[in-house]
Design a protein around this ligand. Structure first.
Ligand SMILES: Cc1cc2nc3c(=O)[nH]c(=O)nc-3n(C[C@H](O)[C@H](O)[C@H](O)COP(=O)(O)OP(=O)(O)OC[C@H]3O[C@@H](n4cnc5c(N)ncnc54)[C@H](O)[C@@H]3O)c2cc1C
Length: 329
């Protein structure tokens, strides 16, 4: 059985790892690296996880999945000094610990997917633009230049729901469900400073403002020492300003950050911005897998449940289980 997986984020890699012994699995990823929204960027001396910041593990399957990666030092605990702000008022400070562990990839969030994809067939820099069935009832995938990417029995898309709806044909049994999964945007502002700001915390959750999160990336384990600050806008603010001039977005987010944390961030030595069109999704009420057995098409991702690394893993893990059953029927 030949299976094509669109994407190489954590849900795609989880599917591929769990199916590689029963099928020939090929992953197609439009970016130049794996990991998807578990993203990492190195700019000079400054390092940033500009997508997912950390993750927690609630369920046993995910705990089992991360355990060997912890042993291999690909995942480590981030015992951050954590602060909560209500607008510019600091409400409380605690330190994360082993009671409720917060994990990160080492040395970057994308390290997990990099490590896991070593033995997988991943085609990077390859955008799947269209798929169609040939006369033998086999799926052909095509890139933007209409290059044929190969023949497959099954196609599983892990691209954000709306993007999956653009790739998969309208007769995909769950096409409407894909269109109904509303994902929202987010901006990531990356600031590097020659001199550390004297903050009493490493990570801050901010409510009732236009930014929702500030973290000191170099406080995570095994990062470079250079002081690197990562700021997330709220989804609401990003939705309204996604098409704004990036310089205006940077200027606004800098002002908002300075106002809330009480230190001027506009003098940063390094400034970079990333806009996530499809960053996140609110908790969903039902999380059935979208598998069209008749057409041999399927789609999954964090958006089935909630914008969390564990939810993306769970979607991929359950998807692999279902496809495995078909093979053994
Ligand atoms: C700003 C931000 C902050 C976050 N913070 C946290 C956090 O602190 N904790 C947490 O648990 N979660 C967090 N998340 C959510 C977490 O990152 C996601 O839940 C998880 O990474 C999703 O994994 P996935 O495999 O489902 O999707 P993705 O990682 O999005 O993978 C999908 C992949 O498909 C590729 N793709 C899309 N279209 C195509 C195409 N046509 N052809 C080929 N490839 C394609 C994409 O490039 C991408 O690599 C955050 C996300 C964002 C954006």
């Amino acid at each position: 059985m030949n299976i094509a997986i669109i994407g190489a984020g954590i849900s795609a890699i989880t599917i591929a790892k769990n199916l590689k012994n029963i099928a020939n699995v090929t992953l197609f990823e439009k970016s130049r690296g794996v990991g998807g929204r578990m993203a990492f960027r190195l700019s000079g001396n400054y390092e940033f996880d500009h997508g997912a910041q950390f993750f927690t593990a609630k369920h046993q399957d995910f705990k089992n999945f991360i355990e060997p990666l912890i042993k291999k030092n690909v995942i480590k605990r981030w015992d951050a000094r954590f602060a909560e702000f209500k607008n510019s008022t600091l409400l409380r400070e605690t330190t994360w610990d082993s009671e409720y562990p917060h994990y990160v990839g080492v040395p970057g969030m994308n390290s997990i997917s990099k490590y896991l994809s070593k033995e997988l067939d991943v085609r990077l820099n390859t955008t799947v633009n269209k798929i169609s069935k040939n006369s033998n009832n086999i799926w052909n995938l095509f890139d933007e230049k209409l290059n044929n990417l190969g023949e497959f029995d099954w196609v599983i898309s892990t691209a954000p729901a709306i993007q999956s709806a653009e790739i998969l044909p309208k007769y995909f049994k769950y096409h409407k469900d894909l269109l109904n999964k509303k994902m929202v945007s987010c901006f990531s502002l990356m600031l590097g400073f020659k001199k550390a700001l004297p903050l009493s915390w490493d990570a801050a959750l901010i409510r009732e403002a236009d930014i929702s999160w500030v973290s000191i990336n170099n406080s995570k384990p095994h990062r470079k020492k250079s002081f690197a600050m990562l700021i997330h806008s709220t989804n609401v603010w990003a939705e309204k300003h996604l098409s704004d001039d990036p310089q205006d977005v940077i200027s606004f987010l800098n002002k908002e950050t300075s106002r809330i944390i009480g230190y001027d961030t506009s003098h940063a030595d390094h400034i970079d911005l990333h806009g996530w069109r499809y960053a996140n999704i609110k908790k969903q009420s039902k999380s059935d897998l979208l598998i069209d057995y008749e057409n041999r098409l399927a789609s999954c991702g964090d958006w089935l449940t909630q914008g969390k690394v564990e939810c993306a893993f769970d979607a991929g893990f359950r998807m692999a289980k279902e496809i495995n059953k078909i093979k053994h029927e």
